[in-house]
Design a protein around this ligand. Structure first.
Ligand SMILES: Cc1cc2nc3c(=O)[nH]c(=O)nc-3n(C[C@H](O)[C@H](O)[C@H](O)COP(=O)(O)OP(=O)(O)OC[C@H]3O[C@@H](n4cnc5c(N)ncnc54)[C@H](O)[C@@H]3O)c2cc1C
Length: 435
């Protein structure tokens, strides 16, 4: 058994909905495979799927359970794009390559949609991005560019249309992605896990990779009770990777974000939100939320390098946050009743793009998808599978970003100060719009 982490005491709404199989046996003894994958989140699960489709033998080592990391506890929003903003990507690699990357992110979005559709897992289309400051011209310009340069059509909503959907004075205009959708995060992980297990792909749960060593024919991976000998090794550890990942651990930072799910809110919720779209406000570290189970609200937000894991404190903090946007949801006790609260870690590289590609010969990384991993982890996995099998070098699209150092012990302070600066900018723009 791996040492329990503080976040494991949190109960997520997704876990409460899920019908999990009993824990898979941890690895014991020695096994051999072509490709050993570490981490059973979206990156690891999609990678195993892609490799199996290419007839490569593979297995997954998972420290906790399938989907226990970010992939089974995220907001459930899936749309094209990357954690790094489009303008920053374009600035760094130019329009042609930025368009190529956007197309890859669309391919990843489609991979998720295809899996859910084939298995009849329900999802709800439409993601609305209201602006917290008045910005008609800016939004229209962005939408026009997305259409002209990236071939992707988005919809514009003026302030009156937004007010017709969301009962809060906080928002102005919005853009809407009609193709974006939202769904049950953990359900997708469990679906992928079950399909792999049916195909005979071993997923060893509660099996922590402790170390890895090079051999004459590849790698030997050591866990608490066993070893894996493999030709190729891939790290899909997201923000949960520790020192056992050696050099890779110095290339990303774990960043925390929070989600709560309210108790049933009845009419108050229906009056406040007159749309089934997922909502993600336009701020850099803003709120994302959606109605679940008909009358509960799943509310996510905040982003910090110094995370909180105590469920009660997360509930209090997020209840206040929600009340600042929808005060009408506050009950007689003076707060919004929260039933589930949890935190999750996202792996972020300094450039906010994924870290995909070989770290050493036959040792690959497929990680650091940040806060936009639902579509990007699957396409990252496909590119790594193609690279490992020698069928394409599409993973080189990420070469311009590389694997920069995470700043060591100063990294979290630098990240925290840049998030706080962004928040000040958000508040300032919202303040100016009111005057
Ligand atoms: C609260 C939250 C909300 C989010 N909302 C959204 C959203 O709505 N839309 C979106 O696109 N993205 C969202 N994201 C981001 C997205 O969830 C992640 O980018 C994505 O799930 C990362 O997938 P992954 O497979 O790389 O990592 P993870 O899902 O974190 O998986 C990594 C796995 O590696 C395992 N592991 C680590 N170390 C070891 C080891 N030594 N041995 C064995 N196993 C190990 C971990 O236990 C974990 O299961 C959100 C993230 C969070 C935390």
């Amino acid at each position: 058994m791996s040492a329990p982490l503080a976040f494991e005491s949190q109960s997520t709404w997704y876990e409460a909905q899920a019908e999990r199989q009993p824990v898979e046996e941890p690895l014991s003894g020695s096994v051999e495979t072509d490709v050993c994958i570490v981490g059973a989140g979206l990156a690891g699960l999609f990678l195993a799927k892609e490799l199996t489709e290419r007839n490569r033998s593979t297995l997954i080592l998972e420290a906790r359970r399938i989907g226990a990391g970010a992939s089974g506890r995220h907001g459930g929003f899936c749309s094209p794009g990357w954690a790094c903003r489009g303008a920053q990507i374009e600035e760094r690699v130019g329009l042609v390559k930025a368009k190529g990357l956007f197309d890859l992110s669309r391919e990843g979005y489609q991979m998720v949609r295809d899996v859910l559709t084939a298995a009849d897992v329900p999802f709800t289309s439409g993601i609305l991005h209201p602006s917290t400051y008045s910005n008609t011209e800016g939004l229209l310009r962005t939408l026009e560019r997305m259409d002209k340069d990236f071939g992707y059509q988005l919809e514009f909503l003026d302030s009156d249309m937004v007010k017709g959907l969301l009962e809060t004075p906080k928002y102005y205009q919005a853009w809407r992605d009609p193709k974006g959708f939202h769904f049950d995060a953990l359900a997708l992980c469990l679906l992928l896990g079950e399909a792999l297990q049916k195909q005979g792909v071993p997923i060893y749960e509660e099996t922590l990779m402790k170390q890895f060593n090079q051999t004459s024919s590849g790698w030997e991976v050591t866990t608490q009770q066993g070893t894996v000998r493999c030709k190729q090794l891939v790290f899909c550890c997201g923000g949960y990777g520790g020192k056992e990942f050696a050099k890779l651990r110095t290339k990303f930072l774990p960043i925390t974000t929070y989600i709560v799910v309210t108790r049933p809110l009845g009419k108050k919720l229906k009056q406040a939100l007159r749309t089934l779209d997922g909502i993600s406000d336009g701020r850099r570290a803003g709120n994302y939320y959606r109605i679940v189970e008909g009358d509960r609200l799943l509310w996510g937000g905040d982003i910090t390098a110094f995370g909180e894991v105590d469920s009660t404190r997360i509930s209090e903090k997020m209840s206040r946050d929600l009340a600042s946007v929808y005060p009408q949801m506050v009950d007689q006790s003076g707060s919004i009743p929260i039933e589930y609260s949890w935190s999750g870690l996202m792996g972020y590289a300094e450039h906010m793009m994924p870290e995909i590609g070989p770290v050493e010969k036959d040792l690959w990384a497929c990680t650091s998808f940040g806060g936009h991993g639902v579509n990007t982890a699957p396409i990252g996995a496909r590119l790594v599978a193609e690279g490992l099998c020698g069928s394409s070098e599409r993973w080189r699209a990420f070469a311009p970003f590389g694997f920069p150092w995470n700043g060591g012990f100063l990294g979290p302070f630098a990240v925290e100060s840049s998030y706080r600066k962004m928040q000040i900018g958000d508040h300032w723009r919202a303040f100016r719009s009111r005057w």
